[in-house]
Design a protein around this ligand. Structure first.
Ligand code: THU
Length: 151
């Protein structure tokens, strides 16, 4: 049975990426034509998706990752049935343009608010072999995020 958890991990990663890709198909991106999808995996095993939604007033555009997180909280609250804050274990972000798309800084900060320690982000990144799915800890992507000490 050695190696089974790793296999499950691989399947879960594939499922997360597939789910993010499906969400990207819903994107409203007539201005950039850059369709992004995000899938959040929470500690309770639930998956919540989001896509980017643009606006003719460009600055009002809302990213896929933040839409997914805000959707999760809006629909079921920030606190789980066990009374603890819902936490994200993993996030997949992808786009339908086959381009590198690491999450933007604002989304990193927002995801960090609800991330479990060691939470990972999967995204298409620029590598020595071209654009490939890379995995990074959110702590690596946002080493000095904003915090209010003591709160
Ligand atoms: N976008 C996201 O959805 N997530 C990010 O992390 C960065 C960018 C969207 C916003 C805009 O609709 C399009 O990608 C191009 O910037």
């Amino acid at each position: 049975m050695a190696g089974q958890p790793k296999e499950l991990d691989r399947l879960m990663r594939e499922r997360l990426l597939e789910t993010a890709r499906a969400a990207a198909a819903h994107a409203y991106a007539p201005y950039s034509r850059f369709r992004v999808g995000a899938a959040l995996l929470f500690e309770d095993g639930s998956l919540v998706t989001g896509c980017n939604v643009e606006n003719v007033s460009f600055g009002l555009t809302s990213c896929a990752e933040r839409n997914a997180l805000f959707r999760s909280i809006s629909e079921r609250g920030a606190v789980a049935e066990n009374g603890e804050q819902r936490r994200i274990l993993a996030v997949a972000v992808t786009n339908l343009n086959n381009m590198a798309s690491p999450p933007c800084g604002a989304c990193r900060q927002v995801m960090a608010e609800f991330a479990a320690p060691g939470a990972v982000v999967l995204f298409p990144g620029e590598t020595a072999h071209g654009v490939e799915i890379v995995e990074r800890k959110l702590e690596e992507l946002l080493p000095y995020g904003f915090r209010l000490d003591g709160v």
